[in-house]
Design a protein around this ligand. Structure first.
Ligand code: CUA
Length: 154
């Protein structure tokens, strides 16, 4: 009788072993396919052709080729080269904001957070020339929905 119950126990343990093994193999395949596509490593070894400083503030984005003075933030209208690496250095002068870049057909192509006290680097190569819009992607106050900017890629 003891033997029987041991066998009864051995079978579910075996099933569990195979279930976990197959699950592990599937997850390992999934991770090895998707992790290299992570945007965090994108263009990590390249030197950007252009650096743009971005300061977010209720309710505007200031973009400049020079570092922005937090006491009197001033933006410029920005033109970026197509097919060259651009680095955005994104921060916030007040609360958390989102920095989302949309292409001409209003598709979100890349984004990062704008946080006070931190500078987030966002690297991207714009392939298509044209106008790109920037929208805030995090609710940051009553006028969040009007917080936007744009730049031109030539
Ligand atoms: Cu800034 Cu929402």
């Amino acid at each position: 009788k003891a033997e029987q119950s041991e066998q009864g126990m051995a079978n579910p343990l075996k099933k569990r072993f195979w279930f976990l093994l197959i699950l592990f193999v599937i997850l390992a395949i999934f991770a090895s396919v998707t992790i290299p596509k992570s945007p965090y490593f994108l263009f990590a070894d390249e030197t950007p052709a252009k650096v743009i400083h971005v300061s977010a503030m209720q309710f505007a984005f200031y973009l400049s080729e020079q570092a922005i003075d937090p006491k009197k933030p001033l933006g410029e209208s920005i033109q970026l080269p197509a097919n060259e690496l651009v680095e955005f250095r994104v921060t916030s002068l007040d609360v958390n904001h989102g920095f989302g870049i949309y292409d001409g057909s209003n598709r979100l192509i890349t984004q990062t957070q704008a946080m006070p006290g931190y500078v987030n680097r966002l690297r991207y190569k714009f392939e298509k020339p044209g106008k790109y819009n920037i929208f805030c992607l995090e609710y940051c106050g009553v006028a969040h929905q009007i917080m936007r900017s744009s730049f031109i890629v030539k």
